[in-house]
Design a binder for this molecule. Structure first.
Ligand code: SF4
Ligand code: SF4
Ligand code: FES
Length: 271
């Protein structure tokens, strides 16, 4: 294998030719923040548009995005220089300057990558004021809400929809400030080839793509004592639910799931 030798934060590392600085940093357990980057190694697909610039690092006197820069022989990378940290901070401040400030009532509150990165960088004010982009929220489907006011154009959803799911419902349209990830002729998602698989939601780092929340309707039904409420779960939930509660991936949790649903008030559980 053709290897490249470099140093990151004065630590030596060798990585296969074609690796990025981010790959090399991972090998050294050095954390570089990322936002647009998404490595789906199980299927060998990487979202590598390098659009957010949150992963800036210093190489010599310059700054480069770690996720989109190939590691080179003899390279000397520093991840925590003043310039690199300031560049990341500025980029996130700019993203926030065109982002709704409604974290408290956002579906992604507490589970938002943009929110965590802003907090980790110590951003406590939005210094930049200017034009705000506006996109109509698409609530046309029964399962997905598309709120592109919160989109940071990371294009992860596009990679997921086009390269993994091979559906092709989403694509970047327009240029500059008007750029957005849209649908064919800007039609509502319900009128596209979207299969409502929801995979785009699972990779969206912000609240731009979220699930329709039917939990209040379920509680309403459960609170009607005279009503017999039944639940039917998809087979995969028996396994996936365990992970949500910290069990090892692949743990079958059928019994726990049924017990929990019955204690919530469901009369019958079908799976
Ligand atoms: S729900 Fe699935 S098919 Fe629809 S836009 Fe998202 S990834 Fe594509
Ligand atoms: S909708 Fe979400 S995943 Fe898609 S580009 Fe915008 S922020 Fe990224
Ligand atoms: S994570 Fe590297 S440019 Fe977005």
């Amino acid at each position: 294998m053709n290897l490249v030798n470099l140093t990151i934060n004065n630590k030596s590392v060798s990585v296969p030719k074609g690796s990025t600085i981010l790959d090399a940093a991972k090998k050294l357990n050095i954390k570089i923040p990322t936002l647009c980057h998404l490595n789906m190694s199980e299927v060998n697909i990487v979202n590598q548009c390098s659009s957010c610039r949150v992963c800036m690092v210093s190489v010599g006197k310059g700054l480069v995005p770690a996720c989109g820069t190939l590691a080179k022989e003899g390279m000397n990378v520093q991840t925590n220089t003043k310039d690199a940290i300031n560049a990341r901070k500025r980029v996130v401040e700019l993203l926030l300057s065109d982002h709704p400030q409604d974290c408290l009532i956002c579906d992604k509150n507490g589970n938002c990558e943009l929110q965590s990165i802003a907090a980790n960088l110590g951003i406590r004010e939005i210094r930049f004021k200017g034009e705000q982009s506006f996109a109509k929220t698409d609530t046309s489907t029964k399962s997905i809400i598309k709120n592109y006011d919160k989109c940071i154009l990371c294009r992860r959803c596009e990679t997921m929809c086009n390269d993994i799911q091979t559906v092709g419902a989403l694509s970047g349209v327009n240029r500059g400030f008007n750029t957005k990830v849209g649908t064919f002729f800007n039609t509502n998602l319900c009128d596209t080839e979207c299969t409502f698989c929801g995979q785009c939601i699972s990779v969206c780092p912000t609240g731009a793509l979220t699930e329709v929340n039917n939990i209040p309707l379920v509680w309403d039904a459960l609170h009607q004592n005279e009503k017999t409420v039944v639940v039917q779960v998809a087979p995969s939930v028996r396994v996936a639910i365990g992970e949500e509660f910290g069990l090892e991936a692949g743990t079958i949790s059928t019994g726990k799931m049924v017990a929990a649903l019955k204690s919530l008030g469901f009369k019958y559980v079908f799976d």
